[in-house]
Ligand binder design. Sequence first.
Ligand code: GLA
Length: 378
Amino acid sequence: MTSSEWPPSRPVMGYNTWYQFRTNITEAEVVRQAQLLVSSGLAAAGYGCVNLDDGWMAAERAANGELTGDAAKFPHGIAWLADQIHALGLRFGIYTAIGTRTCQSLPASGGHYDQDAKTFASWGVDFVKVDDCGGLPAGTTVDTLTENFRQFGAYLRRYNPDVVYSQELPIHQIGKPSFLPAVRASAEFAHMWRVAHDEYPLTHEGASSMILGHLAADLPLHSFAGPGHWNDLDMIAPAFPGNGWTLEDLCNQLSVWAMEASPLLISADLGALSPAALDALKNPHMIAIDQSGEQCSTVIMNENIEALMKPDPAGGIAVLFVNLGPDTSTGHFELSEFGINSASASGRNVWTGITTTFTGVSVTLEAGQTTLMQISAA
Ligand code: GLA
């Protein structure tokens, strides 16, 4: 792993079971994915946390009221699984929800915040995702919900001061006046919070509009992001390559997530990834841009080409060009628009590694496509 810092000040990197396995997860499969994370080199590239999503718990709590794993899927129990993951040098994460039911109608933490926080800590859980689903008491308002999320976070930290708290308070406020207050509250008490809907549909045809829709939702939220607290665009490589995405779709997503400093949680079958897809996920320049410590806050536009920028830890600035229009479009930009005052600059394409020198930038992109570059004074 590149960093053993925990809780990480930078966006969390790791693995999540949801898009690939939905509720069909078993301990054998989770261990296999964790082993693949290590053997593929993804863990060494920084993807160090393995998270169970919905579907791990038994249909009912145990007689003593404790949450317990589904014994058919997890015969050795969740504490055993946490030990296996830890033995691989990885962190272990788990999922629950703020009401009494998860999004798959399984038992969740409503009425049990203290008890569940204690259980998770006793299992050695390093990361807890708390969803915003069913089983909320009558009379629930955004304010009471916010208070519930705040309280659960406090219990989680009481029993494990190093826990990473990931939650979805803002998601059901999307499009409502309560959205921004929900994001503001999340930024006070969580490490990461979802700012966009689940990724859907997962098809090649739907890829660029989903990716650019998530980007548009996140751009205005940059002031909430910073070390230790990040806007979460949702998982990367969702069920890739079974989702029909091309490698280009994957790189478009990674480019946007990196520019936005989103957590990077892979949700694919790691055993099915091509060497090229693994290389894209491990691309050290993309990862450095994601982990730079800030979300993009500057955007300029020419024709239908949007240019998003932030400092590049490798030097100069990272610039993401995006075609927002319906057709192929070319954008022209002066170097001064990127804060470069020399007569010429060099640009390194983060995906091809090819470097060019120019006196101004002309970018031609097909509809919905992106390109990620490092631009520095030459
Ligand atoms: C919601 C969340 C997803 C996933 C599912 C599980 O839809 O947004 O990320 O956790 O619930 O049921």
